[in-house]
Design a protein around this ligand. Structure first.
Ligand SMILES: O=C(O)C[C@H]1C=CC(=O)O1
Length: 96
């Protein structure tokens, strides 16, 4: 199942810089692990914003929920989720 996810990060302006750096490093490590596993299929920066558009490929809504909740930056994110399905005009045979 594919889901389009928008994540907007809002770190508190008074957050300790070392704490912020650690959260970002932990987030990057998990994001790269999930990409290697094929769960986090696309990750794009939204130009000009501390935000991304992502596509997740998961087995269930519950799995998506659990992945998002475990992101280190989750407490500081606004997240929007849209379920995707195949477009009848798509020429990509490998997309579900
Ligand atoms: O930078 C972001 O968009 C937030 C988050 C998503 C992946 C990652 O490494 O950090």
């Amino acid at each position: 199942m594919l889901f389009h996810v928008k994540m907007t990060v809002n770190l508190p302006v008074d957050m300790n810089p070392e704490r912020a750096a650690q959260l970002k490093a932990d987030e990057k490590a998990l994001a790269q692990r999930l990409q290697e596993q094929g769960k986090w299929r696309h990750l794009w920066r939204i130009a000009g914003l501390y935000a991304n558009y992502s596509v997740f490929d998961v087995d269930s809504v519950q799995e998506l929920h659990d992945l998002l909740m475990q992101l280190p930056l989750y407490p500081y994110m606004a997240i929007e989720v849209n379920a995707l399905c195949r477009h009848p005009s798509s020429i990509r045979e490998d997309d579900r």
